[in-house]
Design a protein around this ligand. Structure first.
Ligand code: HEC
Length: 431
């Protein structure tokens, strides 16, 4: 279903003769090396596909990139940021581990080269008639999972003062659900004007089981820049009638008073449907007391482990580190001892991106596999986010303390299903 693809997040206007889907992908052909690269013909389609949903008035981005007049002053910065692969935010290392993802937001090498050549040629406008029609951008507060069927808000609006200290709080909200349902997609969203002050929100569920015991578990995590979770078909997460949802919120001030009423949106499987697999999302490889980042040190490594108790398909990876975080890799140590790198990614504290593996490449791992998470931190002055390279840093909840773990999503399956999936995967890759 291409409703999940990143390109489809921007609603593209139908044009005569068909629908433009990802205009930037096709425009940079080899003949461009002899043809002049212009804004209207070559660069604008890339901006439309990969930049404008953020770079437009009122959004999180610092400047709008809708028109030539707006883009032109930023040409050099755009060349630099795209060549460094800092923009659009997508930091997965492309030559290691799994190569294909759902909602891949990155530019192709060709697109980056096109932008570079355009800037080097003096950023010419080109013929206005070559410009594609403007794209109709999705509303800023649009849900990335589509319209939720059920929305639960924190009970009261929170005010974050201009210069408050970092603030953590747990608030409970009644889900108002009167029947048990399986969740197909979930997304957490701060209020439209509050994205800048919400560092993270973790939501979890609590309900009472028939035997009076407490049930529940993790629901969803949001952090700056994060999209929603859409579970693969046939996998889901149970939410029970009467569930109370706990929002664990972390606010940090930005010099201006801002109010927030964070909410979580849910999409369900049809009533009565029970998915075959339960989708688990959890911390993997936490290093609490082992995180030991000396003052002024770079490439400080920490390691964490998690043993998979059953045969597993891993569906998504998201690094979690703070300001000194630099890079993270996750590898699978197979029971036989073979080591397989699943993913490595650079880390930028402003962007918490979930890398959802394409179904055909999502790692299949036997029971007993150890997930090994390796984090690297940079506590030098060269880290432009570092407020204080003169001090030691260890584990802690504040942004100025640090962390190292991965959010991983996966589901378990019986041995027989696992064997089938492995055989199928082998068949597909040998074809
Ligand atoms: C998901 C939202 C998002 C997308 C997509 C995105 N940007 Fe950005 N961009 C931002 C934000 C937020 C900032 C400011 C914070 C930062 O630098 O990370 C920024 C910063 C920048 C800067 C630096 C501005 C400065 O002050 O120096 C440039 C240049 C830039 N973006 C270009 C692009 C281009 C070109 C694209 C598309 C190829 C793009 N961005 C895609 C959100 C986005």
């Amino acid at each position: 279903m291409n409703g999940k693809s990143f390109a489809a997040w921007v609603l593209v206007l139908p044009v005569v003769g068909g629908v433009l889907t990802a205009p930037g992908r096709a425009s940079a052909s080899s003949q461009d090396s002899v043809v002049e690269v212009t804004f209207t013909k070559h660069v604008l389609p890339i901006m439309q596909r990969a930049c404008q949903q953020c770079h437009r008035p009122g959004s999180v981005a610092p400047m709008s990139l809708l028109t030539y007049e707006e883009v032109r002053p930023w040409a050099r910065a755009i060349k630099d940021r795209t060549a460094q692969r800092e923009m659009p935010p997508w930091y997965i290392e492309r030559n290691v581990g799994v190569r294909t993802f759902k909602e891949d937001a990155s530019l192709t090498d060709e697109e980056i080269a096109t932008i570079g050549r355009w800037v080097d040629a003096g950023s010419p406008r080109g013929n206005p008639a070559d410009a594609p029609p403007p794209v109709q951008l999705a509303a800023l507060d649009e849900w990335r999972i589509g319209t939720p069927e059920w929305i639960v808000e924190i009970p009261e609006e929170q005010t974050i003062g201009a210069v408050d200290a970092d603030h953590w709080l747990n608030v409970w909200a009644d889900s108002r659900l009167t029947e048990d349902r399986y969740i197909k997609a979930v997304e957490t969203k701060p209020s439209a004007g509050a994205y800048r002050v919400v560092h993270h929100v973790a939501t979890s569920m609590r309900w009472e089981e028939e035997d009076g015991e407490e049930g529940g578990g993790f629901l969803n995590e949001y952090a700056m820049g994060k999209n929603g979770d859409i579970f693969p078909d046939g996998t889901g997460r149970l939410i029970k009638a009467g569930t109370q949802i706990r929002f664990n919120l972390h606010y940090s001030s930005v010099g201006e008073e801002i109010t927030d009423r964070t909410r979580v949106g849910l999409k369900f499987y049809p009533e009565g449907y029970v998915p075959d697999r339960v989708l688990i999302s959890r911390h993997v490889g936490d290093s609490f007391d082992t995180l030991d980042i000396r003052a002024g040190a770079d490439n400080v490594r920490s390691d964490g482990y998690y043993v998979l108790p059953e045969p597993t398909q891993v569906t998504a990876f998201q690094p979690h580190m703070h300001i000194r975080g630099k890079r993270m890799c996750v590898e699978a140590i197979h029971p036989g001892g073979t080591i397989e790198t699943l993913s490595c990614t650079g880390h930028n504290f402003g962007w918490h991106i979930v890398y959802n593996y394409a179904d055909g490449q999502a790692p299949l791992l036997p029971a007993g596999t150890i997930l090994h998470v390796i984090g690297w931190h940079d506590n030098t002055a060269a880290n432009r986010y570092n407020p204080d390279p003169k001090n030691w840093v260890g584990f802690g909840n504040r942004s100025i303390d640090d962390m190292s773990f991965a959010w991983m999503s996966f589901f378990h399956m019986p041995e027989s299903v696992f064997e089938q999936k492995l055989a199928e995967r082998k068949r597909l890759t040998n074809d």
